[in-house]
Design a binder for this molecule. Structure first.
Ligand SMILES: C[S@@+](CC[C@H](N)C(=O)[O-])C[C@H]1O[C@@H](n2cnc3c(N)ncnc32)[C@H](O)[C@@H]1O
Length: 213
């Protein structure tokens, strides 16, 4: 993840952004398709596909065929939309798109609806059932919330990987990707997962967290 140099003063992770919710068109290339989506102020990378997210989506491949999927920190939806477009039978499973920012959730829902992706379900973190388990978690995580909050976030969601499931996280090398990988790996001794670097491009690392089956 890399924040925008022209980032608005309001954090992209505000729960209820105060700026006007002025929707505007967003044309992006996602999963081999040119798409007309919508965006708004006060969401992460609201004017284009973030470079780190693009690296994640280029390097990660297809999600597993079975089981629910999670986009942790959905923003306007590029990861959740791609998960749904790459799912062989999207009607049979859910793609959870979770974000603290209600505007981000609204945009993801609008974008999924406009593409006819009925399996995408947007939710605030507390709306996801504690019992939910995920075959895959893909995320461009919110590094800017700070290390303690980021660690708490990961310790909340990574243990919800189903046995044999995996998470892919994209993190900028200069924002601590390698130390985050080490920290996640250390947690794996307790939680039964391993953390490896599965790819690297344009200054970003893709970390893969694999839970034993
Ligand atoms: C780096 S952005 C990525 C957004 C989007 N996935 C993309 O690639 O453009 C991280 C997202 O995480 C969200 N976020 C921050 N704290 C969160 C939390 N505690 N739980 C869920 N989402 C959170 C932010 O609001 C933001 O939309």
């Amino acid at each position: 993840m890399r924040d925008e140099p022209d980032q608005p003063p309001e954090h992209y992770f505000s729960a209820s952004p105060a700026s006007a919710d002025e929707r505007r068109p967003l044309r992006v290339h996602l999963d081999g398709r040119e798409l007309e989506l919508v965006t708004a102020p006060s969401v992460f990378s609201g004017h284009r596909l973030d470079l780190g997210t693009a690296v994640l989506l280029d390097l990660v491949g297809d999600p597993p065929a079975d089981g629910d999927l999670l986009d942790l920190g959905c923003g306007w939806g590029p990861v959740a939309l791609t998960l749904a477009m790459r799912s062989p039978e999207p009607a049979t499973r859910r793609v959870w798109a979770v974000d603290v920012n209600e505007r981000a959730r609204d945009l993801t829902a609008a974008n999924a609806a406009s593409l006819g992706l009925r399996g995408v379900r947007t939710a605030a973190p507390e709306e996801v059932d504690d019992e939910a388990r995920f075959a895959a978690i893909w995320s461009n995580p919110p590094i800017r919330i700070g290390k303690p909050a980021l660690h708490a976030l990961l310790l909340h969601w990574l243990p919800r990987l189903a046995p044999g499931g995996s998470a892919h996280l994209v993190v900028a090398k200069d924002l601590g990707a390698d130390s985050l990988q080490r920290w996640i790996g250390e947690q794996g001794e307790q939680h039964g997962w391993t953390a490896e670097r599965s790819g690297s491009r344009k200054g970003f690392r893709v970390l893969e967290v694999r839970r034993s089956g």
